[in-house]
Design a protein. Structure first.
Length: 497
């Protein structure tokens, strides 16, 4: 396996006039157009003088054009760097300073205010994706054949950031081989064929909507029913036209409250797949009684793409994430790396061709997260049962998953602590029927401070992506601490649940 584009290309249907992507208004993109458009962008990148390994950072609304750009990056050996559209200026500045892209494709508002990002080094090429405007990246496209560049499967194809329990976000380098091997394994595990139609309502700046969803489609030559965002009514309308859906648990809890979801409307579906956050057993059972489908839960992370999956054929066990994919080893170890027995809870570690190459510019951090025998420490805790199914019971990393998006309390606490009138704070996740977990802050005001919940929330909204902003703030006189002076988050979680 070399260039991932060629791996994807092998799965395209023989007839390139076959639809790849269908929009809700009936318009569509064929596989032939996918080839043509990605070639044209790749020619444009060449004319701009981009070199293999250069980064292409993208922060724009979901659109098929982004897929063309992703594929053009693969073809040209450039590193695709997608960014959550919710990131605010300060967050964006960090990512751009760290990734140092040669091209930044952004929304018009950012393009017009690029100087306010106060970057150490402004990218040489900045574009928007505004159709028909002078600033649009579309103008770089150049017709003509493009020869896909040869590259090793070890070459970095994408850079995706995830925050950490301490310090700054880390860039995760995923290679052509990482993404390709996982796509192959998933296509097999989930029996994707050309007959499938995938309901795609996920964002495409995370591995779930980008590599997991698109990889299965490319490799099977199937098609996508495309939605720019998750809207429960539109998704419900689309279900009868599709055979596979992928989503985070929130998608399924929202669907359950839709009166049109029933056995008949879900009859054409082959499988509903859930991941990125824990699926509650109640959701699994309720969904089955309403539709006759057992949701297939799988487990993954940005550093590894998908690790485990419940089977297509065979028992799907609720509250488990299923069996390791065929090409991966999973082990459960204690803190001293001793292997634990079946049903014993420990640290989940994984080894396989899917495991990332390393953290961008952070060799020491990469070393810390990989054992000497090359197992990656996921930071998740769990156990394997007698049938080999994995159950995740918690995390050693302090992280909240809200609607499938990760929030690191440390980052939010630092920001809250810097706000006027705040002495200190603790950020926790509490159960939420819609989001799974929601972010809540417990704040100790400074003496005489009258800082209000509204003021703090509005100050945070100016600085960070909305999904990270606490949904609720409680004020207390002091935070509970243990004998070592450490804030007792478990006490807070119990009190504020
Ligand atoms: C949006 N908001 C959220 C939120 N998403 N708040 C908390 N948690 C979230 N996940 C806030 C916005 O800031 C805004 O706040 C308000 O909700 C409305 O915004 P919206 O965009 O209209 O929200 P909505 O459409 O309801 O979005 C919720 C969602 C979306 C669940 C549909 O977040 C989503 O699609 N999540 C999927 C994320 C995903 O793809 N994860 C995969 C990661 S990969 P205000 O205050 O401004 O009104 C990974 C590996 C793996 O984890 O295993 O897959
Ligand atoms: P990310 O950093 O966005 O890639 O998030 C990866 C994390 O999401 C994992 O380390 C898990 O903690 C969590 N996760 C993903 N899928 C599941 C799942 N099915 N059940 C529980 N947690 C999950």
């Amino acid at each position: 396996m070399g260039n991932l584009y060629l791996t994807y290309r092998e799965g395209f249907p023989k007839d390139l006039k076959s639809p790849f992507l269908e929009n809700c208004d009936g318009s569509f993109v064929t596989y032939g157009e996918l080839e043509e458009q990605s070639s044209e962008y790749a020619n444009g990148f060449y004319d701009l003088g981009l070199q293999p390994g250069d980064r292409v950072s993208v922060q724009v609304d979901k659109s098929p054009e982004v897929i063309f750009i992703y594929l053009a990056c693969l073809r040209s050996n450039l590193i695709f760097h997608p960014l959550n559209t919710a990131y605010k200026e300060a967050e964006l500045s960090f990512f751009l300073d760290d990734a140092e892209p040669s091209i930044f494709i952004c929304k018009k508002e950012i393009y017009n205010n690029i100087s306010s990002l106060d970057l150490k080094k402004t990218p040489q090429n900045i574009f928007t994706l505004e159709f028909d405007e002078d600033t649009s990246i579309q103008h770089i496209k150049k017709k003509g054949e493009h020869k896909v560049m040869d590259c090793s499967s070890e070459h970095t194809a994408a850079l995706l950031y995830s925050s950490g329990t301490t310090g700054k976000p880390k860039g995760i380098m995923l290679t052509h081989g990482n993404i390709g091997s996982n796509a192959q394994a998933l296509k097999e595990a989930w029996n994707f064929t050309q007959e499938d139609c995938l309901l795609h309502a996920l964002p495409i700046y995370h591995v779930h909507g980008l590599f997991v969803a698109l990889g299965c489609v490319f490799l099977s030559g199937s098609r996508i029913l495309w939605m720019n965002a998750f809207n429960v009514d539109e998704v419900q309308e689309a279900i009868p036209k599709c055979s596979v859906m992928m989503g985070v648990p929130t998608y399924y809890t929202r669907l359950l409250s839709n009166p049109k979801l029933n056995h008949d409307t879900a009859a054409n579906m082959r499988v509903f797949i859930s991941g990125s956050a824990p699926l509650l057993e109640d959701t699994f059972n309720e969904f089955h009684s309403k539709t006759g489908h057992y949701i297939l839960e799988r487990y993954g992370m940005t550093e590894t793409n998908i690790i485990c999956s419940n089977p297509i054929e065979g028992k799907r066990k609720p509250s488990t994430v299923g069996l390791p994919l065929e090409d991966q080893d999973i082990r459960i170890v204690d803190d001293h790396l001793n292997n634990l027995n079946m049903n014993e809870i420990g640290n989940i570690q994984v080894k396989g061709p899917n495991v990332f190459k390393g953290y961008w510019n952070l060799p020491q951090k990469t070393k810390e997260d990989l054992s000497d025998d090359n197992f990656f420490n996921t930071g998740d805790k769990g156990f394997l049962d007698q049938d080999g199914y994995l159950t995740i019971v918690g995390r050693s990393k302090d992280m909240i998953i809200s609607g499938g998006l990760n929030v690191y309390p440390k980052e939010i606490e630092s920001l809250i602590d810097d706000l006027e009138g705040v002495g200190e704070s603790a950020v926790i996740g509490v159960k939420d029927d819609d989001l799974g977990e929601k972010v809540v802050a417990i704040v100790v005001r400074k003496e005489k401070s009258e800082a209000s919940e509204e003021e703090l929330i509005s100050a945070l909204k100016n600085n960070i992506a909305g999904f990270k902003v606490p949904k609720k703030i409680f004020f207390v006189e002091e935070l509970p601490r243990n004998a070592m002076g450490k804030v007792q988050k478990n006490v807070l979680r119990d009190n504020y649940q």
